[in-house]
Design a protein. Structure first.
Ligand code: AGP
Length: 609
């Protein structure tokens, strides 16, 4: 989703801004732009539809230079992707502004500004902010006052960075509902949507809080809170090595991240050698809160929602704790009834997903015992706002299609299950059995990765298809859902998942020789039922691709192709089978020639509603 980079320095910043945008490309975008204040104090702007490389070409052909500048990658919400709608937006040849978020009252503001004589040229919700800022500056306010007067008129979510030629060494920023960090340098300071964008210039960051304003020059960085008072926010140093975005020998981040899973899973579980240590990973306040948990309410979006659905099986079967799971965009607007003693669990790789964040904020103080977030990003908004935090140790995930973040979320949720099970009388031996299974997990995932060539071979059958069905039963049903989501996200093949028992209640009508059916079939107590469901498919001409435990008794035969999965403990099977489905999607997309890491229309961090 939209990315912001800004700099105020004693040196030329165009290359810093462009490098920042390149580092934000993983978030997803469809146009890019940059504005600089040059040495004659004029605004110089390049904007291009498409990739950052288009913007680089523009800069190469017509180089602009300046020590103060802002840059942006735009993921279109209001108005098509185009040079005109790309940010920065300008007003009066004086102010330039970039924005991440959505201004909900932009239509009313357009009317107001048009009446005041401003001509609005783009279809965006952003341009009005530039005019509001200009209008306040024209009335004689300082840049800080102008920004303060502007943000109070905005309804919705924003992270902003703006420059004004009358304050040529200053960038002013603001945030509400969308992330913005300040990067601290020597003789230079920066703003960006995330720390990744600025790692080439600094390792010291200030995480701005809700409704903060920030004013940077080369030699100063001042944060103001919502009341307009100067505040000191802590400067945090990012540790070396935590945020490398190097492809290494891989062609895509997605396949690199799939292959990083054994290490990521091991790191996430590291040190948790007994139930007590498992619990410690949730923080000091966890034991007192976990003692009172009678029910769990999980809220998340997309792949993280699927992790929640898997956890429901574990929490109810192993811990005996009632659990409900809901997508955040529905949960946040629904009138709800909660039982006493309910723990709210939000799951989010990025920790910035707007719907999940809103769901957390909308939860009434008396509705839940407390909140726990499972996230991959330290210092993200959800991490800062939840009572308890479990940080997965997947390392930065660049591919838009989530892979290692999902499987590490599952490890975290199995650890939560263990922590709650202890209090509900789960035997020591069963606890240890699950811990041993988790310790064995990286090896099992490694064995699955060794099936890469076999999966690649299977994937060839999907290239010409327009639709696919994914089937699973029990805890493998959400894994089938995740498999279908992965395939549609990156290969653009329409894929749906069903619990296999539902087939004859409708979807069987779709089955013919043009509809590949993928079945997730470990050797569990539902295997014989699943086999009957698959026979229903085969006898109607469907072609089956069965991801089956070696010991499940499947054999390759006419219209049935088997991927023999390593035999592993039942509790970790959802994680292991996920990896094979990730490989399938990757190979289908690769052969279809889609943009695997940056699928069309999608963004890595969904910071707007
Ligand atoms: C995953 O492949 C997707 N790109 C998407 O569904 C993602 O999981 C969703 O947007 C939620 O993101 P989060 O985990 O960062 O909150």
């Amino acid at each position: 989703m939209c990315g912001i980079v800004a700099a105020a320095a004693r040196r030329e910043v165009s290359e810093i801004l462009l490098e920042g945008l390149r580092r934000l490309e993983y978030r997803g975008y469809d146009s890019a732009g940059m504005a600089l204040i040059d040495e004659k104090h004029n605004l110089k702007i390049h904007k291009r539809k498409g990739k950052v490389s288009e913007l680089e070409n523009a800069q190469r052909q017509h180089p602009y230079h300046g020590n103060t500048g802002i840059a942006h990658t735009r993921w279109a919400t209001h108005g098509e992707p185009s040079g005109l709608n790309a940010h920065p937006h300008i007003s009066g040849q004086r102010v330039a502004l970039v924005h991440n978020g959505i201004i909900e009252n932009h239509a009313a503001l357009r009317v107001e500004l048009s009446e005041a004589g401003y001509e609005i040229t783009s279809a965006t919700d952003t341009e009005v902010i530039a005019h509001l800022l200009h209008s306040s500056l024209s009335a004689g306010g300082s840049l800080l006052q102008a920004m303060q007067q502007t943000v109070v008129k905005l309804e919705g979510a924003y992270a902003l960075a703006a420059i004004d030629i009358a304050n040529p060494d200053t960038v002013i920023g603001a945030r509400k509902g969308s992330p913005l960090v300040a990067g601290v340098g020597i003789g230079e300071n920066f703003l960006a949507s995330d720390t990744m964008a600025l790692r080439q210039v600094t390792d010291r960051f200030i995480y701005l809080e809700e409704e903060d304003l920030v004013c940077i020059t080369p030699d100063s960085l001042q944060v103001y809170n919502a009341d307009g008072s100067k505040v000191q926010r802590p400067v945090e140093r990012i540790k070396e090595g935590l945020e490398t975005a190097d492809l290494g020998s891989f062609d895509h981040y997605m396949i690199k991240e799939i292959f990083e899973q054994p290490a990521a899973l091991e790191a996430t579980f590291a040190g948790a050698t007994n139930a007590q240590k498992v619990e410690e990973r949730f923080g000091l306040a966890a034991p007192a809160l976990f003692d009172r948990v009678k029910k769990v309410q999980i809220v998340a979006c997309g792949t993280s929602f699927h992790a929640g659905l898997v956890a429901r099986y574990w929490l109810e079967e192993i811990a005996g704790v009632s659990c409900e799971v809901e997508v955040a965009s529905e949960f946040r607007y629904r009138k709800r009834v909660q039982y006493e003693g309910t723990l709210l669990v939000v799951i989010s790789q990025s920790g910035e997903t707007a719907d999940t964040l809103a769901a957390l904020r909308n939860a009434n103080a008396d509705e839940f015992l407390g909140s726990l977030v499972v996230s991959n990003v330290d210092n993200s908004s959800l991490v800062r706002e939840c009572d308890l935090v479990f940080l997965t140790r997947a390392g930065i995930e660049i591919g838009v299609a989530s892979t290692k973040a999902f499987t590490t979320q599952l490890v975290a949720l199995l650890m939560l299950t263990l922590a709650l099970s202890r209090r509900r009388g789960l035997s020591e031996s069963r606890q240890q059995d699950i811990i041993t299974a988790l310790q064995y997990l990286p090896r099992c995932v490694q064995q699955t990765l060794e099936l890469n060539d076999a999966v690649q071979h299977l994937s060839e059958a999907f290239i010409s298809k327009r639709h696919a069905l994914f089937l699973g039963r029990g805890i493998q049903y959400p894994i089938a859902m995740e498999g279908a989501l992965k395939l549609k996200e990156i290969s653009y093949i329409h894929a749906e998942a069903y619990p296999a028992g539902e087939l004859k209640h409708g979807p069987l009508a779709l089955v013919d020789d043009d509809m590949p059916v993928v079945a997730v079939a470990p050797n569990d107590e539902l295997l014989e039922k699943l086999k009957s469901n698959l026979e229903e498919v085969r006898s109607r001409g469907g072609e089956l691709f069965v991801f089956a435990d070696k010991e499940a008794g499947f054999a390759n035969e006419s219209r049935v192709r088997i991927l023999p999965m390593p035999h592993c403990h039942e509790v970790i099977r959802p994680i292991v089978y996920t990896v094979a489905l990730q490989l399938l999607s990757y190979h289908v997309a690769l052969q279809k020639g889609t943009d695997v890491d940056k699928p069309r229309n999608l963004a890595k961090s969904v910071t707007v509603e």
